[in-house]
Design a protein around this ligand. Structure first.
Ligand SMILES: [Zn+2]
Ligand SMILES: [Zn+2]
Length: 787
């Protein structure tokens, strides 16, 4: 397949698919002595299992933890992070027959993998056990009484262990270590909730007189000590130097070639040119993110990936292709199989698709087949990203930037075996961020990975979490310190709202039941999607996107099957659907207004202003378009009658003075299109600085806003109370907007395309957009904004 890595001509555009090749040399491992305190039983068992000595980073993290320091080990895929927490935790369990350890993983599958690993060591008296939603009631009591290494997840800790802490008293009273695995996955609103669940755990354990040591494991991330510290609320030391060995990797950035210009466009979209005063991005997340845009001008990333996969398999190279959606993975596998079978009948059988929905046995057998070489090519969603030991491959293809450099390295890290050479290829999708990255290799290779963003002070998270804590034990003034600076105000508000009552001994929960708090929820209970004919529950939709995804007439995709929505019952929180496969897709449109509630912080840069603050976003889904599948042709636009929705959240916004825009050569008539285009690209590039994806973010641009009295672009967190993304954007505004500007200017399309200023979730059908003027707008902002 390496023949592809030479620049190639195509479509007569002189465009080379490979935009950059980075060579990452092999690295020899550095081992350390076993820490003195590791008991012989453990050392012998590990040695028998092939661990002759720990890598230096494992030993360092283990020493810190054993000494009582909270520590995060943030190193690459397959660098042996497990041993870093197993050493101190298991050593303590062997040395102190009363001590216990609590292990938290973001998924049940990962906890199950860890259980297998610890179980396999067969250490005396440890009795590891998984405690999750599937654990039979009959076993739970035994686990509470006898297991000294309990593996669970934050949801279980929140819903079961902490509320029932009295039954866990024996375990918590002896708790020595808390292991938080894959802690970089606790980000955004979910991460903010988990941060408080861990504070609740610390509070309960402290009531039993213990202060356990936290050992966290993270994928490589920016400033892991700060992120881990924010997560657990305590100072954390970081071990970041990876001393495990790895093979050399050649990493190529790949941009699919432009389609020939005379390609029938098929996109007869006529959008009524109603220029609304404000242009806003809907939450209409398409069911499948890999669908090529109707106005694509490049070969699709799926097709390119399938071709590369087929080439690799034909050459006998063991290759894993990461594709963002399940359907995309199936498509890549099918296309690769087809072209292999055309070349050599039967060769297609050596390619398969892998997805999270498979049963455990099916997954294991696919993994084994790939490791044995029986299977040569596997197309997968990122289901593999967590906790599966599939490493040492010859090549990894990454179809579309996975959203963060941290994930990128995690996926690429599957390639490379000791002593061998491996290949990784990032295939750009039709998207501003992907386009920017393949043309700015320094943004991929030269930069630390992004920080994990979470915001425990989000009042929408803090308030409900304080209620949960109050049910577990009345809150005291000392507790409020534990929950952070916003806790005092939050408690006052909860007393006023009648949720808590203040007594001399603290704040008490006033109600009989427990508050309903979903760690992974985003603003309220999810809506059920039900098939009317059978009453079968197909899935759930979070309330923020329900109006977009399951409005009457919407086409709803579920596991590759198409349904049409008959009725959206907002009172009963359910959508009734029937199976139907029409030859159109649906795209909801909304109107939105935004008002500024308060300004938290701002930068006055003359004609340019940059702000961070609270905003109220009011939106209403008013209509939807039906578009022909394949051509993207708009069949019609139908009105909808849905109520408005309100969102109080955090936004970052910038303003420009009209004279500065005029001086930069932006015509008054082009201002709305210029701001709108800049806003789209800015949202697309935000994941460069924060661990969000563009679906976590909303935006609104306007040539004149009532509150700012100036041309303004707003970018806001799509979650009630904010999730830390806007705050991060404000803090890194100059580099974020510089990258946005370069992404637009660097795109070779003429008037804007999905690779630069068009957005797949635009509430206004990508109209108006003024690409060249957007660059001018950003130039004005960057000329005045301090770096
Ligand atoms: Zn473009
Ligand atoms: Zn838009």
């Amino acid at each position: 397949m390496l023949r592809h890595l030479r620049p190639r001509a195509d479509s007569g555009t002189g465009d080379s698919a490979v935009t950059h090749v980075e060579r990452m040399p092999a690295r020899a491992g550095v081992t350390a002595e076993w820490p003195r305190w590791v008991p012989e039983e453990l050392r012998d068992t590990l040695t028998r299992r092939g661990v002759a000595a720990p890598w230096q980073h494992q030993a360092r993290a283990a020493e810190l933890a054993y000494d009582g320091h909270h520590v995060v080990v943030a190193t690459g895929t397959a660098s042996g992070k497990s041993l870093a927490y197993q050493l101190p935790a298991l050593s303590r369990l062997l040395a102190d027959p009363r001590a216990t350890v609590l292990y938290l993983a973001p998924t049940k599958a990962l906890a199950a993998d860890q259980l297998r690993a610890v179980d396999g060591l067969a250490l005396s008296g440890v009795r590891p056990a998984a405690y999750d939603g599937d654990t039979p009631r009959t076993e739970r009591e035994w686990i509470r009484q006898h297991s000294r290494f309990v593996l669970t997840n934050p949801d279980m800790l929140h819903h079961s262990i902490l509320p029932g802490h009295a039954r866990w008293a024996g375990f918590l009273r002896r708790l020595a270590f808390v292991v938080v695995d894959e802690c970089h996955t606790y980000r955004g609103v979910f991460g903010s909730h988990v941060a408080h669940v861990l504070r609740r755990l610390r509070r309960q354990v402290a009531r039993y007189g213990r202060t356990p040591v936290f050992v966290l494991a993270s994928a490589t991330s920016g400033d892991p000590a700060a992120a881990a510290g924010r997560l657990i609320g305590l100072p954390v030391e970081a071990v970041v130097e990876d001393t495990s060995p790895r093979g050399g990797v050649t990493f190529a950035l790949w941009e699919p070639p432009l389609l020939p210009a005379d390609r029938p466009d098929g996109d007869g979209v006529v959008v009524p040119a109603t220029r609304r005063p404000a242009l806003r991005e809907g939450d209409g997340r398409p069911a499948d993110g890999d669908e090529p845009a109707p106005d694509a001008i490049r070969r699709s990333a799926l097709r390119e990936t399938a071709d590369l996969l087929a080439d690799a398999v034909a050459a006998g190279v063991r290759t894993l292709a990461f594709v963002r959606s399940r359907k995309g993975a199936e498509v890549v596998a099918t296309m690769a199989r087809r072209s292999l079978d055309e070349a050599v009948p039967g060769l297609g059988d050596r390619v398969a698709a892998y997805r999270a929905g498979y049963l455990k046995e099916e997954r294991r057998s696919l993994e084994r087949a790939l490791l044995d070489g029986e299977l040569l090519g596997l197309a997968s969603t990122n289901a593999l990203e967590l906790g599966v030991d599939l490493i040492g491959l010859d090549a990894v293809l990454i179809c579309g930037y996975p959203g963060t450099r941290a994930s990128l390295w995690q996926q690429a890290g599957r390639a490379g075996r000791a002593g061998g050479e491996a290949l990784a290829v990032l295939v750009a999708r039709d998207d501003p961020l992907d386009t920017y990255l393949v043309h700015h290799p320094e943004a991929v290779f030269g930069r630390p990975v992004e920080s994990t963003v979470l915001d425990p002070s989000n009042p929408y998270v803090l308030g409900p979490q304080l209620c949960c804590a109050a049910v577990e034990a009345p809150l005291t003034p000392a507790d409020l310190e534990l929950f952070g600076p916003g806790a005092n105000d939050a408690v006052t508000a909860l007393v006023e709202a009648g949720a808590l009552r203040q007594r001399p001994t603290g704040w008490y929960w006033r109600h009989s039941g427990r508050p309903e708090v979903d760690l992974r929820g985003t603003g309220g209970a999810p809506l059920c999607v039900v098939e009317s004919a059978t009453g079968r529950l197909l899935g759930t939709v979070d309330p923020a996107s329900a109006h977009f995804l399951v409005h009457p007439g919407a086409v709803y995709l579920h596991q590759g099957v198409s349904y049409v929505v008959d009725e959206l019952d907002l009172d009963d929180a359910c959508a009734l659907v029937h199976a139907e496969e029409p030859d159109w897709s649906t795209h909801a449109r909304d109107v939105t207004s935004l008002s500024v509630v308060s300004v938290r912080s701002y930068v006055d840069a003359g004609p340019v202003g940059l702000f961070l603050g609270e905003v109220d976003v009011t939106s209403q889904v008013v209509s939807y378009q039906r578009r022909r599948i394949g051509s993207g042709e708009v069949i019609d636009t139908r009105p909808l009658d849905l109520p408005t929705r309100e969102l109080r959240t955090v936004a970052v916004w910038f303003t420009l003075s009209p004279p500065a825009l005029a001086a930069a050569g932006v015509d008054v008539a082009d201002i709305p299109g210029a701001l709108h285009a800049a806003e789209h690209a800015a949202i697309g590039l935000l994941p460069l600085v924060a661990t969000c994806d563009r679906w976590d973010i909303g935006g609104l641009s306007t040539a004149a806003h009532a509150d700012t009295e100036a041309p303004t672009v707003f970018v806001y967190d799509g979650h009630p109370g904010g999730a830390g993304f806007a705050e991060r954007a404000y803090g890194t505004a100059a580099s974020w907007l510089r990258a946005t500007r370069d992404a637009i200017a660097g795109c070779r399309c003429e008037t804007g395309c999905p690779s630069c200023v068009q957005s797949p979730k635009c509430g206004n059908g990508n109209n108006p957009l003024a690409k060249a003027e957007a660059v001018k707008v950003l130039d004005v902002v960057l000329a005045h904004l301090p770096e």
